[in-house]
Design a protein around this ligand. Structure first.
Ligand SMILES: CC(C)(COP(=O)(O)OP(=O)(O)OC[C@H]1O[C@@H](n2cnc3c(N)ncnc32)[C@H](O)[C@@H]1OP(=O)(O)O)[C@@H](O)C(=O)NCCC(=O)NCCS
Length: 214
């Protein structure tokens, strides 16, 4: 067991595992970021983000720093758990959950990406379901939200398929250009009606002890 138990968190499904993003796993995933395989066209990412850095070495460095910042910044109004998505032993992407004034509102949002080599096979939907299971079952969330640029067909399709309801629009910039976002919300009630029975949580007690959940 690690001396920082949040790095022992795992969520397993029949298709994949979300493993807390240890330095070892990030190191294994770094070549994907270096090769630019986390990108898509049009960019799904709003500013600022390390993924918009064109120099590959600097991109990896900025990406790692953002992971370390997320580990270090655990506040009542915002905390973030980063997970590496592992399929058959291979790190293929990331799935994060972010608590937004969680102790007050019980709300989470999420962020994810998959290596371009692994898209379009149902993994994106599966990893969103895995993180929702952690949020609702493991952490007691009341509501989950998600934002995606209107032209991000994959992310919007996943939110729609999992029962999120449209919650209006927003604006953000990507690479400096304004672009419109769809906002989505999933209630605990809707999640409960569709919850899966084949997703397992491991070492979640660490969250109760180390996150400002209540
Ligand atoms: C978004 C992302 C994680 C989705 O993962 P994925 O494994 O490709 O998605 P899935 O195979 O699980 O597909 C889920 C649904 O989206 C649809 N979909 C996925 N990609 C699509 C695309 N490019 N165009 C149209 N529909 C798409 C699938 O048909 C499926 O719909 P269904 O449930 O109605 O059958 C992945 O495409 C990705 O990493 N994109 C770049 C990063 C990104 O956009 N992150 C999200 C930022 S908000």
């Amino acid at each position: 067991m690690l001396s920082y138990p949040l790095l022992d968190l795992r969520v397993s499904t029949p298709l994949l595992e979300l493993r807390a993003a240890t330095d070892e796993l990030l190191d294994q995933l770094a070549p994907v970021v270096h090769a630019g395989k986390m990108n898509a066209d049009p960019s799904p990412y709003d500013d600022p983000i390390s993924f918009h850095e064109d120099d590959p070495d600097l991109r990896v460095a900025k990406w790692l720093r953002s992971m370390w910042r997320a580990r270090g910044n655990v506040d009542a109004d915002r905390w973030r758990l980063n997970f590496v998505v592992v399929v058959n032993g291979e790190p293929v992407g990331m799935q994060d959950v972010i608590g937004v004034s969680f102790a007050t509102f019980g709300t989470v949002t999420s962020f994810s990406w998959l290596s371009a080599d692994h898209r379009g096979r149902g993994l994106g939907k599966e990893m969103r379901q895995a993180i929702l299971h952690l949020a609702f079952e493991g952490l007691g969330a009341k509501e989950a939200s998600s934002d995606a640029f209107v032209d991000n067909l994959g992310s919007n399709a996943i939110s729609r398929a999992l029962g999120y309801e449209p919650d209006g629009f927003d604006w953000a910039t990507r690479r400096g250009e304004p672009a419109r976002l769809n906002r989505w919300r999933l209630s605990r009630k809707t999640w409960e009606e569709r919850r899966r029975t084949d997703i397992d949580l491991h070492n979640v007690d660490a969250c109760q002890a180390l996150l400002p959940l209540s």
